[in-house]
Write a protein that binds this ligand. Structure first.
Ligand SMILES: [Zn+2]
Length: 83
């Protein structure tokens, strides 16, 4: 299992063996470096999902992963997209 954290402009990641899991962690941490995106708020998740779509990451896996972490915010963003 992969894990990561971001502090200011430093990105710390420990990568596991699963490719999608690794990409998800890297995307999660890189999204923290984007403007207005330091906390796990709506702007952060919009940036994360935009970035993930751009590289063709599996969105279902990413959304499920992030939902386990922040179910209310991620759920509200997904619901809006499905309307
Ligand atoms: Zn985070």
């Amino acid at each position: 299992m992969s894990s990561g954290r971001t502090s200011r402009w430093r990105l710390h990641v420990t990568l596991g063996t699963d490719r999608s899991d690794r990409e998800g962690v890297i995307l999660h941490e890189v999204a923290h470096l984007m403007p207005g995106s330091t906390n796990h708020d709506k702007t952060y998740y919009q940036n994360l999902f935009r970035l993930a779509r751009r590289i063709g990451h599996d969105m279902e896996i990413l959304i499920e992963r992030e939902k386990r972490y922040k179910p209310r915010i991620v759920g509200s963003i997904k619901k809006r997209r499905e309307d």
